[in-house]
Design a protein. Sequence first.
Length: 408
Amino acid sequence: MSTPSPDLPIHPEQPSPHGHATPAPLPLSPPPLSLYVHMPWCVRKCPYCDFNSHEGKGALPFDAYVDALLADLDHDLPLASGRTVHSVFFGGGTPSLFRPEHVDRFLQGASARLRFAPGCEITLETNPGTAEHGRFEGYRDAGVNRLSFGIQSFDDGCLQRLGRIHDSGEARAAVRMAQDAGLSNLNLDLMYALPGQSLAMALDDLEQAFALEPAHISHYQLTLEPNTVFAARPPAGIPDDDDSWDMQEHCQQRLAARGYAQYEVSAYARPGRQCAHNLNYWRYGDYLGIGAGAHGKLTLGFDQAILRRWKLKHPTAWMAAAGSAQAIGGDDRIDADRRPFEFMLNALRLAEGFDLALFEARTGLPRDAIAAALARAQALGWLAVDGDHVQPTELGRRFNNDVVSLFL
Ligand SMILES: C[S@@+](CC[C@H](N)C(=O)[O-])C[C@H]1O[C@@H](n2cnc3c(N)ncnc32)[C@H](O)[C@@H]1O
Ligand code: SF4
């Protein structure tokens, strides 16, 4: 547990123009920087998915998309000048539709523009239905050192009901192909509370995942997202809330027993194998977001601001504008009033919680700004505060949304 930074000056509270006391700001210094790269196409749109993903029709313009990514990066570069990138994440959509030479060209271009930290984690999301011989060696040679597989389930009936393009045998074969290529830092995405799924089936999915010995498992409850086929026509046999809760509890226990420690709401890892990229989000770190619909968050030391920037969502519109200000969907400066909520929305997802010194460094606000809300959460048994350290209790993890809303 760390103590408050001795460098942080103590600021007296200053009266605001509205009469009530506003905590004076602390210096904002840029946190670690990550790079998110969005790749928007999929073979087929899954009926539950609300990601910015589009069914690829005909020949896809992969080369032009990589050109546009580099142009987009060039345009955002002044926001991150002189900073080091600590992780890269190719997310989708289905990044594994891009061939290794595309990924290689992008990474070469990005590392010519930005300094990459030694050992920088570089993750690529992979749909098992796109695996083919030689592809993983190519990604590895391009610099990718972590793959995240969208497995969802090992039950062929469940996979069919989810509209997936692969069966369980293809999923297993894809993971083994990656391991044979020497890629050992693998995440498997699984979903539970699926249509027609029992507790025994959810536990069996975990057993099948353990057999592949991944470093990391993401375990998501299926949610019916607005504007998806499943939201419009919910499939039969979705487990009710009690059954879903039961599944979550039993699966958490099974994951822990097999050495996968839960470090975030849906993330479980073997020791030392947490996802550095996602940890940076949850610790309210910075990230450049490039590609169609990508979101970024940047701390601007020179004008003491936190900027959120997102790009045009549709791939064709974004590609046509990439490299210019027209590719920006919006910019939003996060003023001091909104920072506590944003910080908590992320940091309270972490089982380990956070240090108040981190809150101060990331938000530029003194801890007094959240003292009342912290005391309330403590009184309700939702947060435990020990000196500088704040951690959600078991109850607080269960009622995460309520806890976070105290900081609105
Ligand atoms: C961008 S996808 C992963 C890579 C690739 N597109 C694939 O599906 O194979 C990210 C993950 O989010 C999860 N996911 C997507 N929609 C979800 C939903 N409605 N409820 C819960 N999890 C969801 C899935 O586990 C999925 O693998
Ligand atoms: S393959 Fe992945 S990103 Fe594409 S539609 Fe399915 S879940 Fe969404």
